[in-house]
Design a protein around this ligand. Structure first.
Ligand code: ADP
Ligand code: MG
Length: 521
């Protein structure tokens, strides 16, 4: 009998290719998969866009039995399951968006072993019906996505995440548990391990640097004017504008619409159905710009967001980096602009005082929380005022080292308060060149006629299937097709992002487009 060092490793690569159409793992993925496959708990601290989902989806496909994925938001679950199913994986979700009959049907299917991966809202875990199911079902792994939601130190504390530990303890066999987050502060990490009851977990922490994001702070006299100018320079590109208040959201959205820019508002004060509609329009690229409060957020896995503008300074660096980080999830170049004015500080002070109900805490605890908030706000203001490298500032805030030459932030390029780089010395000139050459490389097929044609094909297919375009193929995959011009199915399988299922469903349509292009060129 032949012995392999890691008998599952070959299968992992096979699954990666077959379902996702990728040839290699990204940093950290291999280690997370190995750890979970070996039956050991694991905690992944990886920035947004690093590819955390694959870290639990691949082992889920390799293991016997069912994997449960605890996820905090309905929209997040829907997107992820849609993407999974498009890749040919048997997945489903259980959350409040299903009515009683749909829920019953989904659970019955699950009990019949029809799903390999089930996304579940934390509120479901201890319900009677779900318990009936899990007590009988072979649950081999539980993946806790956005695991920082369990911590009160984090931004997104969800009390129902505290149900996860009793849930695990109540299972007939304790499954292996993987926790995933993009929030790295030591307190949050400690909380995750303790409150989820992870058993001597393997920790995998990645750099928080996002080299494809360009950071910039401006202090314009007229924010609306600055915003309009910025968005005009990003015609047809998907973007988010974050505002601190609902009123600002309405105002800015109306302003942009008046300027002929396709924009829609999103905030907690809107009727649920309208909010959902706007989110969907944005997701499906029918609306270019989403103007939103931070209520618009965690569920946004849209990979092709090209810019995130903060119309007002957020309350802390955690919020800022999380929100700004929604840009460029596909690895392509994207812009993060913060429009700062001194009065933003007073506004945030006011919001901090009125936002949180601390009455359930003791006086001493209240004082502590308030002090921590003030400290975080101060650090945020410093970010807006620093003349040093913005990337370095961000990474140091999260306890990480920055690359020596950033060359992709407004301060390094001396864009700080002026529109154009002026008076650059040699080093800065070099930095500009570097950034511009990288910029070229990242978007070199943007206007290519074949790329545009492939986008059309994708749009048609997405429309027919009733899914957002990125569920069919990412921009990156279409760029690779433009570069490689695949002639047959075999060629196509070599394009990153093309797996077996998508080859069957969509392969011919794209091959046809390439052939037509080559013939008519
Ligand atoms: P996270 O949850 O860490 O923010 P996701 O799991 O949503 O990130 O993945 C972000 C994007 O990266 C997705 O479009 C995914 O398909 C892509 N991706 C993940 N792993 C790989 C890989 N090994 N090779 C290429 N693309 C990958
Ligand atoms: Mg994720």
């Amino acid at each position: 009998m032949q012995h392999h060092q890691n008998p599952w490793q070959q299968r992992a690569f096979k699954v990666l290719k077959q379902y996702y159409g990728y040839d290699s793992f990204r940093p950290g993925q291999g280690e997370m998969i190995r750890t979970l496959m070996e039956g050991r708990d694991a905690l992944a601290v990886m920035p947004t866009g690093a590819g955390k989902s694959l870290c639990f989806q691949v082992p889920a496909l390799l293991m016997e039995g069912i994997t449960l994925v605890v996820s905090p938001l309905v929209s997040l679950m829907k997107d992820q399951v849609m993407t999974l199913v498009a890749n040919g994986v048997a997945g489903a979700y259980l959350n409040s968006s299903l009515n009683e009959r749909q829920m019953e049907k989904a659970i019955r299917n699950a009990a019949a072993g029809k799903y390999k991966i089930i996304y579940v809202a934390p509120e479901r875990l201890l319900t009677k019906r779900f318990q009936e199911f899990v007590q009988q079902a072979p649950i081999s792994m539980v993946a806790v996505d956005e695991a920082h939601c369990v911590s009160q130190w984090g931004q997104d504390f969800r009390p129902s995440y505290l149900d996860i530990l009793p849930f695990l303890e109540g299972l007939p066999h304790r499954p292996v548990v993987g926790a995933f987050t993009a929030t790295a502060t030591p307190q949050v990490k400690e909380d995750i391990i303790r409150l989820l009851g992870l058993i001597s977990p393997q920790e995998v922490t990645l750099s928080f640097d996002r080299p494809n994001l360009f950071f910039r702070v401006m202090e314009p006299k007229d924010k609306k004017q600055a915003l309009w100018q910025f968005i005009s320079g990003h015609e047809g590109q998907s973007g988010i504008v974050y505002c601190a208040t609902r009123r600002a959201v309405e105002e800015v959205a109306a302003f942009l619409s008046d300027q002929g820019i396709s924009a829609a508002p999103y905030h907690g004060g809107m009727e649920h159905a309208l909010r959902a509609k706007h989110q969907e329009e944005f997701l499906y690229d029918r609306v270019q710009v989403m103007v939103a409060t931070n209520a618009f957020g965690m569920g946004i896995d849209k990979p092709n967001v090209r810019f995130v503008v903060h119309y007002q300074m957020p309350k802390d660096m955690e919020s800022y980096y999380q929100e700004a980080g929604r840009a460029g999830r596909d690895g392509q170049k994207a812009w993060c602009l913060l429009l700062y004015q001194k009065k933003d500080v007073a506004l945030e002070q006011y919001l901090l005082r009125h936002r949180k109900d601390l009455s359930h805490l003791t006086e001493e605890e209240q004082a502590k929380v308030t002090q921590a908030e003030q400290e975080r706000l101060k650090q945020m203001v410093w970010y807006c005022k620093t003349k040093g490298c913005l990337r370095e500032y961000i990474l140091e805030y999260f306890g990480q080292k920055a690359p020596r030459q950033c060359s992709a932030c407004g301060n390094c390029l001396h864009y700080f308060r002026t529109e154009e780089p002026t008076g650059l010395d040699m080093a800065q000139k070099k930095a500009v060149d570097l950034w511009q050459s990288r910029e070229k490389k990242l978007g070199q097929y943007e206007d290519h006629p074949l790329f545009l044609r492939l986008k059309e094909v994708r749009k048609t297919l997405a429309h027919q299937a009733g899914v957002p375009a990125f569920v069919i193929f990412s921009d990156r995959t279409l760029e690779a097709m433009t570069e490689k011009m695949p002639q047959d199915r075999d060629d196509l399988l070599h394009i990153p992002g093309v797996g077996q299922k998508k080859l069957l469903l969509y392969g011919d349509a794209f091959l046809q487009a390439v052939r037509t292009y080559l013939r008519d060129r």
